[in-house]
Ligand binder design. Sequence first.
Ligand code: SF4
Ligand code: SF4
Length: 282
Amino acid sequence: MIIAVASGKGGTGKTTVAVNLALSNSNTQLSDCDVEEPNAHIFIKPKIKNKELISIPVPEVDKSKCDGCGRCQEVCAYNAIAVVNKKVLIFPELCHGCGSCGYFCPQHAIKEINKEIGSVEIGKRDNLLFVHGKLNIGEAMSPPLIKAVKKHVNPARVNIIDAPPGTSCPVITSIEGSDFCLLVTEPTPFGLNDLILAVEVLRKLDIPFGVVINRSDLGDKKTDDYCSQENIPVLMRIPFKREIASAYSKGISIVEAFPEYKKDFQELLDNISKMAKQNNRR
Ligand code: SF4
Ligand code: SF4
């Protein structure tokens, strides 16, 4: 089973929920796909056993063959290549490695070279398997790295995917193929606004989902009202507690600091499993 944990905005407690879910079951794998800012390892503290460098193919032009025709610029959907005064300029940070420019170059002047974008690290802590991606600083192309992390999804395990915040391409790459998605939100106007956007995405992707309301005793009731109107199950509420915030700031998970919460996260996992089965996902 694959459970993605996502949120329409950052800072809602998404990683907290992903980490505590992973620590509440003895057969889990946690994959941190928030590759621009992976921080699940701070709480898991895994022993890293393997590291893979991840590259994407980007074009390189053989100037002796290029006649400056401009066809490569025309076919690039990502504005990653421009021809100015018959000189080809490549912007590797925008390149998606699709290969169109090389395929359509009439002079066969383009070859592909590998550009490293980041790394995937694989490790474990006790029985918990752990994988995360780390995007190189200044690199913008996270989806290929997220796909490299997801290649390690283990069908024999309950896979928890910590997705990046937001609703953009990296989020969709992270959550597609999941059996269930947990949306973590907070009961504030900003939280609700971003939750509504995330719900739209999940409905388009046809992935069953439910909501966790973090800091549930702060803010207003509008998030509850919205979920009720839209028939979205609220699967867990985590009240604000100074002790939880303090443990978080020290890199300690909720279930380690307060073991009485473990049964709540186990129950959450059981409910997700039932809902995924009802939706014929498992
Ligand atoms: S398509 Fe090929 S020949 Fe034309 S400008 Fe681009 S690299 Fe040069
Ligand atoms: S490989 Fe694709 S994205 Fe990259 S420059 Fe060529 S056409 Fe553009």
